[in-house]
Write a protein that binds this ligand. Structure first.
Ligand SMILES: [Mg+2]
Length: 259
């Protein structure tokens, strides 16, 4: 394992779930590490595939846990989806979305028009109220040629006492019904959110690290963005078939703090 002191640490991009907290419980070493980085003036930003909350929601949650965070420092799948769509489709484009309230709010703010199976774009996000009617509308729109945008490709999300199925399962269902559709994936392992975080930090790639607990999403996204990656083993490991190797593996973020 390479010595971490060899990296002149200028900035940090970090995952949230499994790194800063696990379920609703903060991870004490992570809270302490981010407090030290904040005191030392090392800028950090967070990237999360969780598409059920807004950046402001995450910043509030982090601040309550003792990690100083402003909404501008949080790059989440919901806001990244809206910014990708604003670049690709004009305001007023007809959109059918499956998701929670924060997703609908950003799509409305971006000026898209809610639609049914006549939509030009189908957005797949996390929805605790997912049902057959919504799936059917998404499939019919995709059959009609709608583009499919997916907030994040995760299949399973670790929760306190196990896992719950995530948006990747919904994407797989739509793809099974419409094999010709080529979903546009927003969240990690695509590097879009990492690039947005880097733009915010303004730090050089060779001095910025990506911290995550999932090799197939966090570590791969960090590598695709040209960052050195740190796997922290505080998350709940989900077995993933991958040959991606992190630059460093730690059991606690405090191992990254230079004394
Ligand atoms: Mg995670």
């Amino acid at each position: 394992m390479p010595s971490f002191e060899s990296i002149n640490l200028k900035g940090i991009v970090s995952d949230l779930d499994g790194v800063a907290y696990r379920g609703s419980s903060p991870i004490p070493d992570a809270v302490e590490a981010f407090r030290r980085w904040h005191a030392d003036g090392i800028p950090y930003a967070f990237v999360t595939n969780n598409a059920t909350k807004s950046a402001a929601d995450f910043a509030t949650r982090l601040t309550r846990m003792g990690i100083v965070a402003e909404p501008e420092q949080v790059f989440c799948a919901v806001s990244a989806t809206a910014s990708l769509m604003r670049r690709r489709w004009p305001a007023g484009a007809r959109v059918f979305a499956i998701g929670e309230r924060p997703l609908f709010e950003v799509l409305e703010a971006a000026g898209f028009t809610p639609a049914g199976d006549d939509a030009e774009v189908v957005v797949l996000g996390f929805d605790y109220q997912l049902n057959y009617t919504k799936l059917s509308t998404a499939v019919c729109a995709a059959l009609g040629g709608a583009a499919v945008v997916v907030t994040n490709p995760d299949l399973l999300v670790p929760i306190e006492n196990g896992y719950e199925p995530c948006v990747g399962v919904l994407m797989a269902a739509v793809q099974a019904a419409v094999p010709s559709c080529r979903p546009i994936v927003v969240g990690k392992p695509e590097p879009l959110m990492i690039e947005e975080a880097l733009g915010f930090l303004g730090t050089p790639r060779d001095g910025t690290i990506m911290i995550g607990d999932q090799i197939a999403t966090d570590i791969l996204a960090g590598q695709r963005a040209g960052l050195r990656s740190v796997l922290v083993t505080t998350g709940v490991a989900v077995a993933a078939r991958t040959d991606v190797t992190p630059d460093l593996e730690v059991a606690s973020l405090l191992e990254l703090i230079a004394d």
